[in-house]
Design a protein around this ligand. Sequence first.
Ligand SMILES: C[S@@+](CC[C@H](N)C(=O)[O-])C[C@H]1O[C@@H](n2cnc3c(N)ncnc32)[C@H](O)[C@@H]1O
Length: 201
Amino acid sequence: MSDPGASDDPVVLSVAAYSDQAEQYEVTHAPKMAETAARFAASLPVPSSILDAGCGPGRDLARFIAHGHAAHGVDLNPRFVAMARRHGPTTLGDLRRVGELFPPASFDGVWAASSLVHLSESEAAAVLAQLAGLLRPGGRLYACVKSAGDTGWLDEPDGRRWYTVWEPDRFADAVAAAGLTVERVDAGVFVEVWASRPPGP
Ligand SMILES: C[S@@+](CC[C@H](N)C(=O)[O-])C[C@H]1O[C@@H](n2cnc3c(N)ncnc32)[C@H](O)[C@@H]1O
C-alpha cells in the first residue's frame, strides 16, 4: 500500500484508517453477514472458487472455506491481509486494479461485502467491470454498498473514512453496466445486489 501519510487519495486514507483498531474491528464485525454469506455459499456448487474482494480480516473467507469452497481474499490493508491469511490465501492489492491480479474468468463467485464503499461511483463502476471479467460465465456476484447517509468524510469511533452513498437503482444499474445480470436487489441502509455473469463466451 502507498504511504498513507503521503497520500491524499480518499481510498488509501480510508483503508489505512482500519489499521489502528484492526483486532477490535474483527471482534465487532465477527457476527455480521452470517446469513447472507451462507446464502451466497449455498448458491454455488461445492467446491467453487470464490474471490472475497475487500475481505478485511477474513471473516467471510473462513466461512466460505468452511462451507467447502476454495476462497481467496484480496484487500488493500496490510494488517487485514495478515489476519485474513490465518484463514486462507489472501493477496495484498487494490481493487481498482483487481483485474491485473488474477487471470480472466478465474472465479465462480465474487463476494464484495461493503468493500466498494470508499470508492467514488466511477471507481466502483470500473471495479465492477473488472470483477465481472474475473467471473466465469454463469458465475455469481454479491456486492453491497451504503445507501443511507451522506457521501463524504465520516468520523467514526475507529477512524475517519470517505463513504459514497448510492441510490439503490443506480448501484444496480452500475452492476448491470458491468455486463452482469441483476437477479435481486435488497435496499435498506445498504443496497445489496445479487447478479450473475451470463452463460456463454
Ligand atoms: C467495511 S470493510 C468490509 C470488510 C469485510 N468485507 C466485511 O464485510 O467485514 C471494507 C474493506 O474493504 C477494503 N477495501 C476498501 N477499498 C479497497 C480497495 N480499493 N482495494 C482493496 N481493498 C479495499 C478495506 O481495507 C476493508 O477491509
